[in-house]
Write a protein that binds this ligand. Structure first.
Ligand SMILES: [Zn+2]
Length: 309
C-alpha cells in the first residue's frame, strides 16, 4: 500500500471518528398521526444512564417548518431529538415549545439554538426558569458530570398568556396556557389538522403524577381537558392505551384521594409528618416511582390545604 493511499485511508478514518463525535444518534420516534411524531421517554427517574430521557417529546411538521414540543433532560437528548427531526424532514425548526419548567422537558433546548427557532412558553415560564433554572442546572451537573455538558437554560422569546396560534405553513398549532395545576406554567399544544393534543404533564399515565402547582387547580382542569375531545392525546409521561377519560380517571383517583385524605388529616390535627406516613398508602400499588414522589405530593398538598376555609 502506497503512502498516499494509507494517508487517504487514515483521513477517512479520522473523518468518520470526527463525524461520530458530532452526529448524535437519533431518538426513536413514532408517527402518531400524519406529520406528528412522538418520542416516548423512559418511565424512570432521571439518571446519567438514561441521560434524562424520561419525558415524552414531540414534533409537528408543517409545509414551511417544524415545531418541537419539549426537548428532553440534557443537551444530548436534545441533539438526539434534533437528529430524529432531520431523519424525517430537512425543513428548519422554527419553534421550540416548552410545556413547563421541569428539567426533563427543557434541558435539550440548547441543541436547537443553531437553527434560531423562536422559543415559546407559558407567560409564567420565564419567571419559573429564573427562579429554578440555575438550581436545576447545578443538580444536573453534580449528578450527571460529563453527561450534562452543553446543557443550559433558554427562556422563551414568545410567551402565551391565554391562547395563541403558531403557523407552520398550511398547519396551525393552538397553544393554551392553563391556570396553576401540575405547575404554574403548564402549556398544551393542539395540532388542528390531526386533532392531536400534547397535554404534557397535565396527564401522567402509569407514573405517579407530581403536584408542583396546585392540587385543587389540577383537579379543576380535568373536566375542561376531557371537554376538548381530542382525537388523540400525548401525555407528558406514559402512553394512553384506552380512552382519555380512562387515563384522566386514574389520575383523578390518585389526586382526589390525596385531597380527601390530606384534608381529613388536617381536620384530625395530624402533623405533616403523620400525614406523610399515612396518607394514600393503598394507592401506591397503582403507580410507578411511588417512593420517589408520593411523600413530596403529600407535603405539597398539606401546605396547600392547611389554611383553606
Ligand atoms: Zn413536569
Amino acid at each position: 500500500m502506497g503512502a498516499r493511499v494509507r494517508a487517504e485511508l487514515w483521513a477517512g478514518v479520522l473523518w468518520s471518528l470526527a463525524f461520530a463525535a458530532v452526529a448524535a444518534e437519533p431518538l426513536p420516534v413514532s408517527a402518531v398521526a400524519e406529520g406528528v411524531y412522538v418520542h416516548w421517554g423512559a418511565q424512570e427517574d432521571s439518571s446519567p444512564r438514561n441521560l434524562g430521557d424520561i419525558a415524552n417529546l414531540g414534533f409537528v411538521v408543517g409545509e414551511r417548518c417544524v415545531a418541537v414540543i419539549d426537548t428532553g433532560g440534557t443537551a444530548e437528548v436534545g441533539r438526539r431529538l434534533r437528529a430524529a427531526v432531520r431523519q424525517v424532514t430537512p425543513l428548519p425548526v422554527c419553534y421550540v415549545i416548552n410545556t413547563h419548567v421541569h428539567p426533563d422537558h427543557i434541558f435539550g433546548n440548547g441543541a436547537f439554538e443553531a437553527e434560531s427557532p423562536t422559543f415559546v412558553g407559558h407567560v409564567k415560564l420565564p419567571q419559573a426558569m429564573a427562579a429554578r433554572g440555575s438550581t436545576y442546572l447545578h443538580a444536573l451537573e453534580r449528578d450527571f458530570g460529563d453527561a450534562a455538558r452543553g446543557t443550559k437554560v433558554i427562556a422563551p422569546g414568545t410567551v402565551v398568556m391565554d391562547e395563541a396560534q403558531l403557523d407552520l405553513g398550511g398547519r396551525v398549532l393552538k397553544l393554551r396556557a392553563w391556570p396553576t395545576a401540575h405547575t404554574d406554567n403548564d402549556l398544551t399544544v393542539y395540532d388542528v389538522r390531526t386533532g392531536t393534543l400534547f397535554l404534557s404533564d397535565l396527564l401522567f399515565v402509569e407514573r405517579i403524577p407530581v403536584v408542583d402547582g396546585s392540587l385543587k387547580g389540577w383537579l379543576a382542569l380535568h373536566p375542561r381537558i376531557l371537554a376538548l375531545e381530542p382525537a388523540r392525546v400525548v401525555p407528558g409521561h406514559g402512553m394512553v392505551k384506552g380512552s382519555l377519560g380512562g387515563a384522566l380517571a386514574a389520575q383523578e383517583q390518585y389526586l382526589s384521594t390525596l385531597q380527601l385524605e390530606v384534608r381529613a388529616a388536617i381536620g384530625k390535627g395530624w402533623t405533616l409528618r403523620q400525614a406523610v406516613d399515612r396518607v394514600g398508602t393503598p394507592e401506591g400499588r397503582n403507580w410507578l416511582l411511588w417512593d420517589s414522589f408520593h411523600k413530596r405530593n403529600v407535603t405539597a398538598a398539606y401546605a396547600e390545604l392547611e389554611w383553606e376555609d
